[in-house]
Structure formats: C-alpha cells, structure tokens
Design a binder for this molecule. Structure first.
Ligand code: SF4
Length: 367
C-alpha cells in the first residue's frame, strides 16, 4: 500500500474561506454541503453579526463537533490586529491591521456624546494620489474583500458591546459607519457594496442605511451607480477645490472627471434620490482657502441640495502644505453661509495619533 504523501503548502493552496466573506445563502450552501440542518445557518449568522462572537468556541449554541469542523476548515476573520492607539481621552481609537498577504490598513473609532462612528478602509493604500493625503502616497496595494471591510466594524462593535475600551464617552454600539478610511470605495465598488449590504442586513448587524456614509473622490460612474441602488446611504464628495486647474493640481482624478462632469453627476444623483449630498473641502493655507475660492465654490453649488464640510488640513509628514489659519476658515465659512449654503467645520479628532482625515498611512507613529 502506498503511503499517502502530505502535500507541502504551496502558493496555489487556496486559503481557508473567511466566513465574513460569505452571504447568508452562501453560508446556507456550505452548511448544506456539510449535512447540517437548515437552522444552523441562521444560528451561525446570528452569532457572527448579532452576538458578535469573537471565536467559534464562543458560539456555545452550536454542537461541539460543528464548532471543531468550523475551526478546522474555515476562518472567522483574517485581519490581524497589529497596533492600537488611543487619543482624546480614549474617545478616538485607531487600529492598524495586517492582511494575510502582509499588506496593511487602518480603521478608527470616534466617540461623540451622541454617536459612535467608525471610519473604515475599503482598500489597502489608494491609487488616487491626492496630494494632501498620506494614504495617497502609499499607492494602491490591494482591494479589500467584503469580509475584510466588515471585520473592521465588528471589532469596534464587539469592544463597545463588551465595554472593553476605556473612554470618557459611553456607547454600547456602533451608531454610524463612514467609508472614509484608506482607499476609494467606488474603485472597489462591488466588494464595498457587498459589505454595505452585510452591515445593513436586518437579520444581522442591522445598521440603518441612513447611518452609513460613503465618501468618493468623484468617480462619476460610481455616483451614477449609487443613485440606482436600493439602500439610501449618504454620499459625501471630496471636492477640495472650486475650479479645474486647482482641483487637478490637488487631485489627479479631476483630469479624468473634471468639475463640470462631477457636478452634472451629483445633480442627477440628487434629482434621482432626493437625498442631500455633502461636499468635503479640506482647507489648505494659501492654496484653496481665499474668499475668492469660497465665492467660486458658492457659484458652483448654490441651489443644490447639499451641505459643505470644511476640514482644516491635518498634517502629513513631508507634505509641503499648511493648515488654513483659523481666521481664513471662519471667513470661508461666512461666505458660504452668506450665500445660504449649509456649512460646518469638521471637529478635529485623533490628530495626535495620525487618525484624522487624510492621515491614515499605516506607517509607524512616534511613541
Ligand atoms: S483622499 Fe481618499 S481618494 Fe484621495 S488619496 Fe486619500 S484615500 Fe485616496
């Protein structure tokens, strides 16, 4: 009788399935193949997304034999927590994750008196190259799978539920998700939207679509596609400049989708969905923050169902840029308000741990 050879692990060996990558029907198919009764699917789904079980061992309502098979054949998450930093008296918490291929990503939890928001990455790195953004300097390393996007949220949800994060502000659950971490969500549209469906699923995590916000650099096909989706999630558009010359210098994507095209797609989106859009505008001293720029911006968006979020730039090492001075920020806001445009200045969070907007770069931070 021939001895059976153990196959060495090769690059072709498929990795074990990450259960968070499966839809409910796909999980059902797996249980069927394993000869399990139909109700096991719902049991496992509830454990994953409602009970936020951290391991198969914690799924105590499953038979021991099934738990052992799950442990042996599939994975409950693949992200490895590599570093965790806190700031703002514990109200801001940034996590660095490593993917199985060694690439990295970051996510941030921000607690406010009225909400607990997580800022989630959809890619490792980003191909868009916005000059004011640390992630843009990394280039695109990898698209994340739906499971890898969802896992980031579940980690924070579990910590809040179990009250394991020290903080001055208390929350039992994640109330809002913003897809504003690393990456451009619409450049990974299918996987990103699958994660949205997973997080919204009333049988699972059950977060209302209106508590989800996606931010895009202005990929016009993605805006058009989002307008036709069933879920009414919020749309934020990173505008950052009121004319093509300036916007192309700050954001290379503008050469492909210039402002006229972006505005036309945004207006179509508003007409189709009747939803208010947010324009994000990072303020850079002497670059895009003058009264003239504010007037140009007002000309561009006046009359649209929109809101402007002004973001004083957060420092990125090596970037030859400066954050707008407070007076400039106030003047800019005043011009927009005088023109009847709703406008707020974003509250600063996590700057000390490079967790603020545009700072996520997955590089070691000074201790
Ligand atoms: S701002 Fe967003 S789209 Fe631009 S480089 Fe950074 S992560 Fe990418």
């Amino acid at each position: 009788m021939l001895m059976q050879q153990t196959q060495p692990m090769t690059l072709e060996t498929p990795p074990a399935v990450n259960l968070y990558d499966l839809t409910l029907p796909e999980l059902g198919d797996l249980m069927k193949r394993w000869g399990q009764p139909a109700f096991r699917t719902k049991q496992i789904w509830t454990q994953m997304y409602r009970n936020l079980a951290p391991s198969f061992d914690a799924m105590s309502d499953l038979p021991a034999a099934l738990r052992e098979r799950l442990k042996a054949e599939v994975q409950l998450g693949v992200l490895k927590l590599t570093r965790e930093q806190v700031a703002d008296d514990g109200d801001t918490r940034k996590v660095l994750w490593q993917l199985p291929d060694g690439n990295v990503l970051e996510s941030v939890l921000m607690r406010y008196p009225d909400r607990a928001t997580v800022c989630i990455s959809t890619q490792s790195g980003c191909a868009m190259g916005c000059v004011f953004c640390a992630t843009g300097r990394m280039g695109l390393l990898r698209n994340l799978t739906p499971g890898q996007i969802v896992e980031q949220v579940l980690y924070f949800a579990r910590g809040l539920k179990q009250d394991t994060f020290d903080s001055v502000t208390h929350h039992e659950r994640v109330t809002n998700i913003v897809f504003m971490g690393m990456g451009e969500p619409f450049a990974n549209y299918d996987r990103w939207y699958a994660s949205v469906e997973r997080l919204h699923d009333p049988q699972g995590f059950n977060l209302g679509a209106r508590n989800l916000t996606v931010s895009t650099v202005g990929l016009v096909p993605g805006i058009r596609r989002l307008a036709s989706e069933k879920l009414p999630i919020n749309l934020a558009i990173s505008l950052h400049a009121p004319n093509d010359e300036l916007r192309s210098a700050l954001m290379p994507v503008n050469k492909k989708y210039p402002i006229t095209e972006l505005m036309a797609a945004t207006q179509e989106y508003i007409e189709q969905t009747h939803r208010r859009v947010s324009f994000e505008y990072v303020l850079l001293q002497g670059q895009n923050d003058t009264v003239e720029h504010a007037e140009q911006l007002a000309d561009l968006i006046q009359g649209m169902l929109c809101h402007v979020n002004l973001i004083p730039w957060n420092p990125v090492p090596g970037a030859p840029l400066e954050r707008s001075h407070r007076k400039r920020v106030q003047e800019f806001q005043q011009v927009l308000q005088n023109r009847g445009i709703a406008c707020t200045v974003r509250m600063e969070r996590g700057v000390a741990i490079a967790a603020a907007c545009g700072q996520l770069a997955a590089v070691p931070q000074p201790a």
